[in-house]
Design a protein around this ligand. Sequence first.
Ligand code: SAH
Ligand code: SF4
Length: 433
Amino acid sequence: MSLTPAPDQKSAGANSPAPRSAADPRPGLSGLAEGVLEAWLAAEGHPAYRVRQIRDAVWRMNAQTADELNTLPVALRSRVGETFRVDTIAADEVTVADRGLTEKTLHLLSDGALIESVLMHYPARGFQSVGRPTHRERHTLCISSQAGCAVGCPFCATGELGFGRDLEAAEILDQVRHAALRLADGGSGRQLTNVVFMGMGEPLLNLDRVLEAVAALADPRRFGLGARHVVVSTSGVVPGIRRLTQLGPQFTLAVSLHAARDPLRDVLVPLNRRWPVAEVVAAARDHARVTGRRVSYEYVMISGVNDTNADADALGVLLRGDLAHVNLIPMNPVAHTPWQASSPDRVATFAARVRRNGVGVTVRANRGQDAGAACGQLAANRAGEPPAGAVAHRREVIIRQSEAALRGARNTEMPADLQEAVADPITGRGATN
Ligand code: SAH
Ligand code: SF4
């Protein structure tokens, strides 16, 4: 199947107009807030037990059309279909990589926006003499929270696309339902074990919708996944982290740090120009202290840019004594960056220096590079190659800014799209209530 992006998304970039809401006004069934379906059914004169039948069709059967709500009378099925979208995703295109261990899906939404999710299979390992594995089989889904992203990290394909729009809760959850349906295909009995918000977009800039989605994932009557099996990754939206801390432990928080020093992080994660390293780490530290949950720090390793011994020492000192763990990820060379991944030797040396400070470190493998599995890469490929002049300019700006950063100069200039995105970080600009 071929998915064609909307004209807006085709040219998506920091300065291009992009769709800001789904085209179909009917709310998605999977994202309905508590009580909405109950009230609607009552108003239509139906008994309360229909709620459970609809909920089960959505969450147990992963129904995608009103016809699949087959425990309902036919007339009610069509009323539900007129009022709600049983599925908010119009079409999927799946690409398999890593000899079947990674499946990357490009999802087409009702307004033509394209988003991505990645399903990663981890076979059971570490068999003991009795034949039981020490590590059970896992199936982890990486999902998107926005179409595009305003933060604009220069090594990220989603960042290069620019911001499209916030996703609705149902658009976030339907990525999960689609993966669950594929996994269970053929009666294999396989189930998703982990969901991570590490796909396209900055989840804490669409926090209301992300929290609704997390609540549905945790609810035993809906998806029923334990809080320990959900990870939300942020590039450092400090008011969002503080709001999560007030709410108590809902999931594991991951912070995309990528640099411990402000001048470099200003370039690698432009949101640092608004909320610098010390503020991000202070908020994450409070989060760990209050919730008792360890915070993960993601650190993409870029050769000659953020992988020096000085960077490792700064990172170790910054996190020393914290309830924290560092994941080092060799950069996937995408998004027309002028950079390369650090060598395995450099990553190992870096990890050892961070560990010297008593900070736990894991070196993570990149999954699915042959399927373009750095998030946003499939959508970026579909959007087409930007003009050569734009690519050359992008590289020149990245090199100039990173060279200045390596000399210690701060960059506090906020790009217009990012300025707008952080204007109301608590409710998010796309929030409807
Ligand atoms: N916006 C959020 C969540 C989505 S990005 C955030 O930045 O945390 C999820 C992770 O993928 C981030 O840690 C990000 O830095 C990483 N990532 C993005 N582009 C990458 C690349 N080219 N190579 C390796 N990791 C990348
Ligand atoms: Fe956005 Fe995360 Fe990509 Fe940065 S790494 S541009 S915050 S999606």
